[in-house]
Design a protein around this ligand. Structure first.
Ligand SMILES: Cc1ncc(COP(=O)(O)OP(=O)(O)O)c(N)n1
Ligand SMILES: Cc1nc(C(=O)O)sc1CCOP(=O)(O)O
Ligand SMILES: [Mg+2]
Length: 214
């Protein structure tokens, strides 16, 4: 169980990746990103060339170990069984994934993040007991094959205006130059794949984003 204020702080610079996103060893990319200042990590092993089965589990275990060593919470994307096997800090699910109520029954008081694209989806996630919302895509992204159209930061402003108080992290096309606008719209943090995993040096990229957010 994580306190809401600690979760808001952890969402500040949320790094998401899996092996298909990395140009070098994912373990090294994660170490570097943490050294650069990321505050939360999601293992999202998805897309072309993604590992499956035992290989996916083994990489997840290694990345979880790195997070534990640095005191960074470890979230698994989509795969509730893996989250249970590894006893992770939480999971992230989208509108097309296993329903929130059933995930909550399975994982108890671990963190559950839910993707929300509209005020109505955000309300449903709040009522269903989500711990945070992933809202996007804010800007155009190349990192998710089935991403919806970019919505701009107004989707976050709208949620806040309509009384959504749950922690929110913006996602999609966020990087240097636009990160601050996501926070100014009312998000607690930003989540990124390519701005860190696709950078030549993940530590420098993470540190630059962190600086932009302060
Ligand atoms: C923080 C965060 N927000 C949104 C998503 C997207 O989840 P989803 O819509 O289920 O899509 P996939 O990531 O599963 O392709 C996320 N992963 N993290
Ligand atoms: C995983 C994911 N979910 C999205 C959503 O809109 O729900 S956009 C996205 C990809 C984010 O990658 P990048 O930071 O490289 O744009
Ligand atoms: Mg999903």
């Amino acid at each position: 169980m994580i306190e809401e204020k600690d979760l808001r702080a952890a969402l500040k610079l949320y790094f998401i990746m899996g092996s298909p996103n990395c140009q070098s060893r994912p373990q090294q990319v994660l170490e570097d990103a943490i050294n650069g200042g990321v505050t939360l990590f999601q293992f999202r092993e998805k897309g072309k060339g993604a590992l499956k089965g035992d290989e996916k589990k083994a990489l997840g275990e290694e990345l979880q170990w790195i997070c534990k060593n640095h005191g960074i919470p470890f979230i698994v994307n989509d795969d509730i069984d893996l989250a249970l096997e590894l006893d992770t800090d939480g999971v992230h699910i989208g509108q097309e994934d296993e329903p929130l109520e059933s995930v909550r029954e399975k994982i108890g008081n671990k963190i559950i993040g839910v993707s929300a694209h509209t005020v109505e989806e955000a309300r449903q996630a709040v009522n269903g007991g989500a711990d945070y919302l992933g809202v996007g895509p804010i800007f155009p992204t190349k990192s998710k094959e089935d991403a919806k159209a970019a919505q701009g930061t107004s989707v976050i402003t709208d949620m806040r205006k309509n009384g959504i108080r749950l922690p929110i992290v913006g996602i999609g096309g966020i990087g240097r130059g636009n990160a601050k606008s996501v926070i100014e719209a009312g998000a607690d943090g930003i989540s990124v794949i390519s701005a860190i995993a696709g950078a030549g040096d993940a530590a420098i990229a993470a540190a630059a984003l962190k600086k932009e957010l302060t």
